[in-house]
Write a new protein. Structure first.
Length: 339
């Protein structure tokens, strides 16, 4: 397990007025935030120790947390801990039932569950885990999110116009498109864009023509911009022919030498992202948000790639936010009266 720590924002003396230790714990990694009054972040650490690599039940989760932030737990034993993300899933530390949409910060905060840590904690800190959200459309399968709801809460703080009505897009392994009305998450849709890229790149015939050194997610940093744009254009032109047909063009372009092997991953990325955006923009319109603010939240490089793709499709996001989970954790802790 990679437990490398990020440096604290400033040297800590132990006398800081710490009010909360926030935890954003997902499938592939975890981030912890040391927060003082009004949610100011005075320490930040992260590790590639998401729930997908943790084995051994509750004791393993506590051990992982102590390895990354045990000194914080000891130095500030009375600071409450609040966690969001997959740590509250069926395969996490303790399952926290989903909250049904429409839901706002009040619904989310009051359904947090206090975790019984027994003798695992070296300090008497209390740990609560937030629930995820469940959306059941009138037609179709249910949809779920864990962790993104906290990012949404954080993004809406101080933004009354966004809270009134907006569409929030969170690119990633499982991208989310969320409809916000009157401060509530009314609906959302998940697109497996990042995971599809990884699976097709690593485990399908499409990856055989791609250089092994270019492994990564749909928004990796090493880019061939021209091939990415070609993927966007192909998706738009071949929209009526279906994604399955579009994807095979990755192979044929490589086989015929019409595109260099180094550009094929970006072409594939363009195809997948464009398909998500075209579907998502249609979804946005059908939910009455065609003229509402469009907000991107997520990894800076990936959001930049989505912004370029949106621009190519004639849409400009109203804002791009990088890290709203800490603000969400602080607000939800306040609503839950933990701080």
């Amino acid at each position: 397990m990679n437990m490398e720590r990020s440096k604290d924002i400033a040297p800590l003396s132990g006398n800081e007025d710490v009010r909360l230790i926030g935890i954003d714990w997902g499938s592939t990694g975890m981030r912890v935030f040391l927060m003082s009054q009004n949610g100011r972040i005075i320490g930040h650490r992260e590790a590639a120790s998401g729930i997908s690599v943790i084995q051994g039940g509750k004791a393993a989760y506590m051990r992982t947390l102590q390895e990354l932030a045990g000194d914080w737990l000891t130095t500030w034993p009375d600071a409450p801990l609040l966690a969001c993300g997959m740590v509250g899933s069926k395969h996490g530390w303790q399952e926290v039932p989903y909250v049904n949409c429409p839901a706002d910060a009040q619904h989310i905060a009051r359904n947090a569950i206090r975790v019984d840590t027994g003798s695992l904690l070296a300090a008497p800190s209390s740990l609560h885990i937030l629930p995820g959200l469940l959306y059941r459309p009138e037609a179709g399968a249910p949809d779920v999110m864990r962790g993104e709801e906290t990012q949404i809460v954080g993004a809406l703080q101080g933004q009354s116009d966004w809270a009134s009505q907006s569409c929030i897009v969170m690119p990633g392994t499982h991208s989310k498109w969320a409809s916000i009305v009157d401060g509530k998450v009314h609906a959302f849709a998940t697109h497996m864009t990042g995971e599809l890229f990884a699976v097709l790149k690593q485990h399908s015939v499409l990856g055989r023509l791609m250089p092994a050194a270019s492994d990564g997610a749909a928004g990796r940093v090493e880019e061939d911009e021209a091939c990415f744009i070609a993927g966007l254009e192909a998706a738009r032109k071949m929209l009526g022919q279906g994604l399955g047909h579009q994807l095979f063009s990755v192979r044929t372009l490589g086989l015929m030498g019409d595109m260099p092997s180094t550009g094929l991953p970006d072409y594939l990325s363009g195809l997948l992202i464009a398909n998500e955006l075209l579907a998502g923009l249609h979804w946005r319109t059908t939910h009455g948000l065609g003229h509402a603010p469009l907000i991107l939240i997520g990894d800076a490089a990936l959001c930049a790639r989505y912004a370029r793709a949106l621009s190519y499709l004639g849409v400009k996001p109203d804002a791009v936010l990088v890290n709203t989970a800490p603000a969400g954790l602080w607000h939800l802790a306040s609503v839950a009266r933990l701080v």
